[in-house]
Design a protein around this ligand. Structure first.
Ligand code: ADP
Ligand code: MG
Ligand code: MG
Ligand code: MG
Length: 401
């Protein structure tokens, strides 16, 4: 079924789902629910209540709604998302939804329904713990980043692949909303009046701006590996047993530390949010300790597996030395600190916030959480070039409270 692009209605989504062989019985009476937030994409949940079979249809919209305006966005990101999911699926089959079909004309991806999982951000706000998460995401990061880089791929094949993931529109969102607007009085910024002093400090901190300029330059020019590009806890589905990464529409060739930093930043944002979610005392300290242990485990799993992959691979003669591996991994840690910091700052003063902090009911607790997140974020940005161990990030988070 080929047809001209238009946003599907629910009945059309059902008709489309019926054309996919092997998913539903021919006589099934299907139901559809649109479950996306509708800002960038439509997400249809299609199911056959009688058999329990279900799928997800994700369709890109040709614009994003931003501060009342419409920001044109290439539909090609649906191709980028479906191709990234397939590459990630080859490297970590258990950690992403299966893609059943990609329909270019409609900018539509048909994929496995993960409704038995919950979005990790929601789970963390409910103070649940995910004992397997760090191992899963550490492996996801090690494998997807190593095997799409010049270390784990033939350099010419990598360049061919890089061509398919240029993604200018989505990169521009990141370049503006993460690496620019929070540091100036931009219209897109949004923050509570109570922390205006913090925002103004951000706009005037020249030392901070210089470090952000370095990190932004790395984002623009360092085509190190195929990134997910938007790896926050809202892009991760979890249960106690399982982890699934979704939504790689921002995928492009960029610095590995951007993805690792995204995961750590979102754990730290929840850490800062404990001001509002957890009574002061033992249970708050326990949950914070769990988050910091998870951060440490994510990094150490990543580093161990990344080094193992390097040792096993046929890395070229000139780069394949232990000395170069040490330098490379040290730089990854530094990038991770810096990008984690940028990701924290933008979630407090920039356009898009996180529920871990924004939905804290008590205004004073929310303000404390926002200030804490900014303190940690700014320190990470300013210290990133000296980082030598993940323990420094843990200590920084502990002493900032
Ligand atoms: P967007 O790019 O618009 O943020 P996402 O891919 O993050 O879209 O999906 C938005 C929401 O749709 C998710 O938070 C989740 O609730 C739901 N969703 C997306 N993919 C799936 C899936 N494979 N299974 C179940 N729900 C999904
Ligand atoms: Mg969304
Ligand atoms: Mg999303
Ligand atoms: Mg998305």
């Amino acid at each position: 079924m080929t047809q001209q692009y238009h946003p599907l209605t629910e009945p059309e989504a059902i008709e489309f789902a019926k054309t996919i062989p092997g998913l539903f019985r021919p006589d099934a009476v299907l139901t559809s629910r649109e479950i996306g937030d509708g800002n960038l994409n439509l997400v249809f949940h299609i199911s056959d209540p009688s058999s329990g079979a279900s799928i997800i249809l994700k369709q890109a919209l040709p614009y994003a709604k931003v501060v009342g305006e419409s920001w044109p966005l290439s539909l090609d990101r649906a191709r980028i998302e479906s191709e990234a999911l397939r590459i990630e699926g080859e490297l970590c089959p258990d950690l992403v939804p299966q893609v059943y079909r990609y329909e270019p004309e409609l900018a539509l991806t048909v994929m496995e329904d993960l409704s038995d999982h919950i979005i990790m951000r929601k789970g963390l706000i409910e103070r649940r713990t995910y004992p397997l998460f760090a191992g899963h995401i550490g492996r996801f990061l090690a494998r997807t980043l190593f095997f799409t880089s010049d270390l784990g791929m033939n350099q010419q094949d990598k360049k061919e692949r890089q061509k398919r993931f240029i993604n200018p529109d989505l990169c521009k969102i990141t370049e503006d909303l993460i690496f620019d607007h929070p540091y100036t009085d931009a219209d897109t910024n949004s923050f509570d009046a109570a922390i205006r002093d913090e925002a103004e400090q951000l706009w005037n901190d020249k030392e901070l701006h210089l470090e952000v300029a370095r990190l932004r330059h790395g984002f623009l020019t360092n085509g190190q590996a195929l990134l997910h590009g938007d790896l926050h806890t809202g892009s991760i589905f979890v249960t106690e047993q399982s982890t699934k990464v979704i939504d790689p529409e921002f995928a492009y060739y960029g610095p590995m530390g951007f993805d690792i930093g995204a995961v750590l930043a979102n754990l730290l944002l929840n850490y800062a949010g404990q001001e509002g979610w957890n009574e002061e005392g033992e249970s708050r300290n326990e949950y914070r300790a769990y988050l910091l242990q998870t951060i440490k485990d994510v990094w150490t799993t990543f580093e161990r597996q990344f080094r193992e992959l390097w040792d096993e691979a046929n890395v070229d003669r000139i780069s394949g030395t232990k000395a170069f591996q040490d330098i490379y991994v040290e730089q990854l840690l530094r990038d991770t600190f810096g990008y984690a910091g940028c990701k924290m700052v933008r979630r407090i003063v920039g356009l898009a916030h996180v529920a871990d902090i924004d939905t804290i009911p008590d205004a004073a607790a929310k303000e404390r959480a926002q200030r804490l997140a900014l303190t940690i974020g700014k320190s990470l940005i300013k210290s990133h070039r000296q980082a030598a161990s993940i323990d420094e990030l843990i200590e920084l988070a502990e002493k900032s409270v």
